[in-house]
Unconditional design. Structure first.
Length: 83
């Protein structure tokens, strides 16, 4: 499943990466309200999302963090507005 966007090129060899492994690729640009509620439910049951978070910044650091995110240099960024 490919979610979100990435404009950086990458090499994909259909035979090696898809066909021989018998994979199916799906892409998603957005999620539904039901999807969101399901993910929140999983989080409340203990889903560990910490591996997805690469940066935690105060509000003052948001512009730089956004630039790094857009440049593909971060994972998920948590912005703390009161720090």
């Amino acid at each position: 499943m490919l979610c979100g966007e990435n404009y950086k090129p990458f090499e994909l060899v259909l035979s090696n990466h898809i066909i021989h492994r018998e994979l199916t690729i799906k892409g998603a640009f957005y999620f539904t309200a039901d999807d969101f509620n399901e993910i929140v439910g999983l989080y409340r049951k203990g889903l560990d999302v910490s591996p997805l978070i690469s940066h935690r910044v105060p509000l003052a650091g948001a512009p730089e963090a956004l630039a790094e995110f857009v440049a593909g240099k971060t994972g998920k960024v948590i912005i703390h507005p009161h720090e």
